[in-house]
Structures are given as structure tokens and as C-alpha cells.
Design a protein around this ligand. Structure first.
Ligand SMILES: [Fe+2]
Length: 214
């Protein structure tokens, strides 16, 4: 409801439209503890010949971790979640596929600037090690128009903000539109932050999904 002159108006409604969603799932503790243990061991193995990260440094693996046995259970959780998201959006889709699946390790002081993931439909992050001080991700208003005029506000709300900070923890799985800009603040702790990023696209995009809608 919005305040209005009661002598002239019926109470007004606010119509919300074109929502931007971020899907937030939490794996059960016994599941994420098992998955995260396997992932940490697998990443240690992958990184065994690499030097430890210095403060401010971040490391990213190659983009095909979904093909490794050590990530099988997480891949299955991602596929289940993406299926739910596509159902939620009422999308008609025969098959989708993971087009990239990579690990991010950020040492103290390392963050990640604003970016999006072109040429995918959905993107996501899973948190393996996200402790206090390294447990947020920022999503930015994807609409360019509101940035033209940003008057001062008495309070930041969902209606007037240009950034939403989402708190995460070990076992959080986020899925969001690949076009949604996001960034990560610098890790302010002395432990590395470990997350797994991924992208998803329709398998038969050009054959089936991109046909003109008229
Ligand atoms: Fe990203």
C-alpha cells in the first residue's frame, strides 16, 4: 500500500513487475559436509603443485570440474536445482547442460569485480568455505535507467536500492539469471573462501529454444 490523500483516493496498490530472482537453496548439513569434504580434498589434489595463495590473490580452476568424480554429487544437486528453477519459470525445455563449472579460491583481501556470464541462461555459485567475513555476494540492479537519477533516500529498501547483498554459508547454492551483474567483496578473514561457480545453457538452443516467438 502507498500513502495517499484519504479524502480523495481509495488505498493505492503497488504493482510489482518483471521481478529478478535469485534462487537460494541450502544443502542439509550432513549432505554439504560430505560434499564439501570431497571437494576440498579434490581441490587440494588439483592444486598440489601450485604455491599457496598470497594475500590479495585468487585462483580459478579450469571450467570442466563437472566432469570429475569429486564433483559428481554437487553436479547432481545443481541439476536438481536448475530443474526446479526451470519449472518455476514454466520454461519448456528438453535438456540443459552445464557449460562451465569451476572453483574459486580467494585468499585474504581477494574479491571479484562486477561481472555477468554471457551466452548462458542461468548461472550459480555453491559455497564450500564461506565463513563470517567471507560470506556475502552482491547483486546489482541490471536496469541501466534507474542509475540516471539517484535522489537521496531516507532509507535503503528493496524498492530504491541498486545493490542487494545476499548472505551465504557453507552448503548454500545460489542460481540466478546469467545476465544478472554480481560481485564479491574482499575476503576480510585469514581463511580462504572457496566457492564453485557454474553456468547452464539449453542443450538444443539453436534447434529448439531460439525460434522466433511470432
Ligand atoms: Fe560470477
Amino acid at each position: 500500500m502507498v500513502e495517499n490523500d484519504e479524502t480523495k483516493f481509495e488505498p493505492a496498490d503497488v504493482l510489482r513487475m518483471f521481478p529478478t530472482f535469485v534462487w537460494k537453496a541450502e544443502l542439509k548439513p550432513e549432505v554439504h559436509q560430505r560434499i564439501n569434504g570431497t571437494i576440498v580434498r579434490t581441490l587440494d589434489q588439483i592444486r598440489r603443485s601450485l604455491p599457496e595463495l598470497a594475500p590479495g590473490q585468487a585462483w580459478q580452476s579450469d571450467q570442466a570440474l563437472h566432469k570429475l568424480e569429486g564433483f559428481r554429487e554437487l553436479v547432481s544437486c545443481v541439476n536438481d536445482t536448475v530443474t526446479s528453477v526451470l519449472e518455476f519459470l514454466k520454461i519448456v525445455c528438453d535438456a540443459f547442460e552445464i557449460t562451465g563449472f569451476w572453483a574459486n579460491i580467494s585468499a585474504t583481501g581477494a574479491g571479484h569485480g562486477m561481472h555477468s556470464h554471457p551466452n548462458n541462461f542461468l548461472s550459480g555459485v555453491y559455497y564450500v568455505q564461506a565463513h563470517e567475513g567471507a560470506d556475502t555476494i552482491n547483486f546489482h540492479d541490471p536496469r541501466p535507467q534507474p542509475n540516471i537519477i539517484r535522489p537521496p533516500v531516507t532509507e535503503l529498501t528493496a524498492e530504491n536500492t541498486d545493490q542487494v547483498v545476499v548472505k551465504v554459508k557453507n552448503g548454500t547454492l545460489l542460481v540466478f539469471p546469467a545476465w544478472l551483474p554480481h560481485s564479491v567483496d574482499a575476503n576480510s578473514t585469514d581463511k580462504p573462501r572457496i566457492s564453485i561457480g557454474f553456468n547452464v545453457m539449453f542443450t538444443s538452443y539453436t534447434e529448439k529454444m531460439s525460434k522466433p516467438l511470432w
